[in-house]
Design a protein around this ligand. Sequence first.
Ligand SMILES: *[C@@H]1O[C@H](CO)[C@@H](O)[C@H](O)[C@H]1NC(C)=O
Ligand SMILES: *[C@@H]1O[C@H](CO)[C@@H](O)[C@H](O)[C@H]1NC(C)=O
Ligand SMILES: *[C@@H]1O[C@H](CO)[C@@H](O)[C@H](O)[C@H]1NC(C)=O
Length: 374
Amino acid sequence: MRYLGATLLSLISAAWAAAISASSVAAVSSPAAADYPKTDGLLFNIDGETKYFAGTNSYWISFLTNNADVDKTLDALDQAGHKILRVWGFNDVTSQPGGGTVYFQLLSSGGSTINTGANGLQRLDYVVEAAEKRGIKLIINFVNNWSDYGGMPAYVTAFGGSQTTWYTNTAAQTQYKAYIKAVVSRYANSSAIFAWELANEPRCNGCETTVLTDWAATTSAYVKSLDPNHMVTLGDEGFGLAGDGSYPYQFGEGLDFAANLKIETLDFGTFHLYPSSWGTEYDWGNGWIEAHGKACEAAGKPCLFEEYGSTTDHCGIEGKWQNTSLSTKGLAADLFWQLGMTLSTGQTHNDGFTIYSGSSEWTCLVTNHVAAID
Ligand SMILES: *[C@@H]1O[C@H](CO)[C@@H](O)[C@H](O)[C@H]1NC(C)=O
Ligand SMILES: *[C@@H]1O[C@H](CO)[C@@H](O)[C@H](O)[C@H]1NC(C)=O
Ligand SMILES: *[C@@H]1O[C@H](CO)[C@@H](O)[C@H](O)[C@H]1NC(C)=O
């Protein structure tokens, strides 16, 4: 989208460009390399400002078919002072869905196709364009570990192998890279990209941790070769690091947090927090946050507390995690899971973790948190 716009601009006269510069075409002006979101020591710098940032996750925004709903959602974040929004940049299918259903990629061993049509990446285009207008920065993710919206299981259906051989399966990796190229080249010059993310919660259960580390090194270097200006991150849950030895600290899911942080082409670390799924206490989460801060400090890169949720007492439990994150060295931003909105189709998905815009929970976890940061 930006790509086409910039090409068009160079073809038309400067006068005409100036005349229309107030219209949406103005959005094609690419920032200078120095102005893209970047790391600054153990923090992030966005539009020239280095500080701790707050944000959230919306897996559904890229699949909305009503532009006004996208605008309404981003207006709510903009008004709240949220700067970072993490979205799904993937939507994989293995058979052609029925009329109008949004999907981004059809995976098939006989030849995959990337859907750049109105029910394809043009939906993501609108999110990027709307974010540019409001100064919101997006984390765009390329594949899911889980089967929601296709994910690695869809690649396995199309190309064979298994969830754990996905990382080294040539056919799967070739198509995954083709998809990355399609997405990254679409928005490489956009001011709305915070970072590219290799996967949502990649795991390789029972594998040597080098499998994921090698894959992350190769893939992140590939992304940087396509777009040297934007940050790249892994998107993992932060498993596998020194701590109390409970399940999340173990290496059994094939992740080594400190080893992955050392990868030169990964700009910052990510971790998630779901005690209700992990068999740990909610309070244990505060130590989990601090352990990642310590690892990030040691690596000299910021940590993004990228997803967190409790199934009960959102304000009390998650509010405490936010406070811990804000006061822990090495922690640069937090994004709660997940954003809730009331749109033209009604309330967005309530998975028990959802914080709805305008609710009393929004006041404590968004309004008060942003005020505490500032
Ligand atoms: C995007 O930016 C790169 C440099 O970072 C530049 O080489 C390329 O021409 C730009 N593309 C467009 C379409 O502006
Ligand atoms: C996500 O990854 C883990 C580890 O490989 C695996 O056990 C799990 O089945 C995956 N999820 C799906 C839905 O494939
Ligand atoms: C978080 O810190 C703020 C002060 O910045 C305080 O008002 C609030 O009660 C704390 N939240 C929790 C849940 O501890």
